[in-house]
Design a protein around this ligand. Structure first.
Ligand code: FES
Ligand code: MG
Length: 591
């Protein structure tokens, strides 16, 4: 007897419930009204939801509208029935004030949908930055069989014979505009050259990171993350994904079976090897919390910091998404890590029912400049470190993007290697930073540490990617390109600065950053992973007494912003909602 027969399909509680014929008829008749048949709904065919994140509002994921046709073919070929599920849109580059506010909203609505409707298994249409964690979180909470399908990256962008990568090209275009190399029209042309087709960002930003990590967790078919959106293989793997989810329902293979603690440990290691974004710990810690898997920023440092960087993609490296796919994509990275003995759990199970090792151990890089073998990496230790002190309990630093200039200036003092002190220059949010950074009376020099507060999940609702602080223009002209920066917000995955980010708790929640003042001495020590303001305890208490009830928290603009702020957890804990993350494995409980 198959699991399906033993367990009974949950959709049959709606469509074929002998204890309540009246409700069965009511549920059934409306789903017949557009042409589905009783045979499709009542004969034990798994009903597969396609969580549709593609729409005109979401250009990165829009190609899912096409791909879903192939998913549907696959589901039907394997004996299932499809019901497409509209998901609240999240477009990283279109939503104001920030798309990250919508991650938890899309999550909540998809949980309600998957729980409350007759769905036996679900295909998660992932792609643009926040769509991936939102859908993985929902699948984790409801815990019905689920498989993710990336929309795939855009084709490589090109401009005058050079690769033009998403996000990264904008920084270059700004410089060219400033020097008069291009005009406004040229700026637009250069920016658009980086987006030549449907698909997600072609650089190693948050999208490539999170799609790769969905595969690293075992939630996609092997090789699925990196296939460019317009390639024929993208349609083909969509068909395979559709077939596979039907089998997963029959096998009752659920998110809790795949996304185990071991799977997250693998994902942390793979994130270092691909040079993944500082947004990854936020999202993976969030997914883990919804599963009841313990995962903290300490794990990211302990497991990830020493892992070498293998993937040579912009912004840190040279290449783009098409190159990554042609070099073997995520399976080649995993194969190289397994060969070097660096993947902690090669026996972790994946969505196709096989282990990581069975899927990837024989895979190797097919272009060793794009994906390096582990014995010839781009960098030896590419993971994050997790700092703490009286400024915050936890903040992430991506040491792999520390430039030689930065290393020489701050980390090479023979008396205190990897540690330095500086004078704090404090900004209350990005607007304050932009208004004052070039003001010479601030006295910013190379012995300063720039601090931005009021940029966390509560202070700048959703924690927009605004902690990108450059030195003042007069220092740039002197050849100083980066100052040490600390912030309680996030930074774009396409940016390459070694800031100390995601500081938690944030100033708006009363974290240490709320107390720091311009002129305070700050000591950062990468040996002990600490960051402290050298201010005595009595003075800090006096400052705390003067804080208002809701410091650094401007008025909400929408109802959701207000609700979000009431119950959001810090970035270090995944920015999940306190009221939501206590609910687990909903589908296993009574309906
Ligand atoms: Fe959508 Fe980058 S903006 S993937
Ligand atoms: Mg982003």
């Amino acid at each position: 007897m198959s699991n399906e027969t033993k367990r009974g399909l949950r959709s049959q509680q709606w469509f074929n419930n002998p204890d309540n014929q009246e409700m069965t008829a009511l549920y059934l008749e409306r789903y017949l009204n557009y042409g589905l048949t009783r045979e499709e709904l009542q004969s034990g065919k798994p009903i597969i939801g396609i969580a549709q994140t593609g729409s005109d509002l979401s250009p990165c994921n829009r190609h899912h509208i096409e791909l879903s046709k192939r998913v549907r073919d696959g589901v039907i070929a394997a004996g299932g029935t499809v019901i497409e599920i509209p998901v609240h849109p999240i477009q990283e580059t279109g939503k104001r004030p920030t798309a990250s506010l919508d991650r938890n909203l899309a999550y909540l609505s998809l949980v309600e949908t998957l729980y409350g409707y007759p769905i036996d298994g679900v295909v998660l249409n992932i792609g643009c930055d926040k769509t991936t964690p939102a859908l993985l979180m929902a699948a984790a909470t409801v815990n019905i069989p689920a498989i993710a399908l990336s929309v795939g990256p855009m084709l490589n962008g090109w401009f005058k014979g050079e690769r033009a990568g998403s996000g990264t090209v904008i920084w270059k275009a700004r410089e060219m505009l400033a020097t008069g190399e291009i005009d406004d029209e040229g700026f637009m042309e250069l920016a658009a050259s980086s987006a030549p087709s449907v698909g997600y960002c072609n650089t190693m930003g948050t999208a490539t990171t999170m799609n790769s990590l969905a595969e690293a967790l075992g939630m996609q078919l092997p090789g699925s993350a990196a296939i460019p959106a317009p390639y024929r293989e993208r349609g083909q793997i969509s068909y395979e994904t559709g077939k596979r989810i039907v089998e997963m329902v029959r096998e009752d293979l659920k998110p809790t079976d795949i996304m185990t603690r071991e799977a997250f440990e693998n994902a942390i290691v793979i994130n270092s090897a691909i040079g993944g974004s500082t947004n990854a710990p936020i999202h993976l810690n969030g997914v883990a919390r919804h599963l009841g898997v313990e995962l903290t920023n300490d794990d990211w440092q302990a497991l990830g910091h020493e892992i070498p960087l293998l993937v040579n993609l912009q912004p840190a490296g040279k290449y783009l998404g098409e190159d990554f796919h042609r070099a073997g994509g995520v399976p080649a990275v995993i194969g190289e890590l397994i060969a070097a003995g660096l993947l902690p759990h090669p026996d972790a199970i994946t969505a196709n029912g096989r282990t990581m090792a069975e899927n990837c151990a024989a895979r190797r890089t097919e272009n060793d400049d794009v994906i390096r073998p582990a014995d010839a990496p781009l960098m030896p230790a590419a993971g994050f470190i997790n700092l703490s002190g009286n400024l915050f309990d936890s903040a992430i630093m991506k040491t792999s993007v520390i430039s030689e200039e930065f290393r020489q200036r701050y980390l090479s003092n023979p008396d205190s290697p990897n540690a330095w002190e500086g004078r704090a220059i404090v900004f209350d949010g990005p607007e304050d930073f932009h208004a004052r950074i070039d003001d010479e009376s601030l006295g910013v020099d190379e012995n300063c540490i720039l601090i931005m507060r009021g940029a966390g999940p509560i202070g700048y609702p959703g924690a927009a990617e605004v902690v990108n602080m450059r030195p003042p223009a007069y220092l740039l002209k002197k050849g100083i390109h980066a100052l040490p920066c600390v912030g309680d917000g996030r930074q774009s995955g396409t940016s390459g600065s070694p800031s100390i980010l995601n500081a938690s708790p944030e100033a708006a929640a009363g974290g240490g950053l709320a107390l720091v003042q311009t002129g305070d001495r700050i000591r950062i020590d990468l040996n002990t992973c600490t960051a402290n303001m050298l201010v005595d305890e009595a003075e800090l208490e006096a400052r705390r007494a003067k804080l208002g009830e809701r410091p650094f928290t401007p008025e909400s603009q929408t109802p959701w912003q207000e609700i979000f702020r009431e119950s959001v957890r810090p970035l270090s804990e995944g920015m999940t909602l306190e009221g939501a993350d206590k609910y687990k494995r909903l589908a296993q409980g009574p309906l």
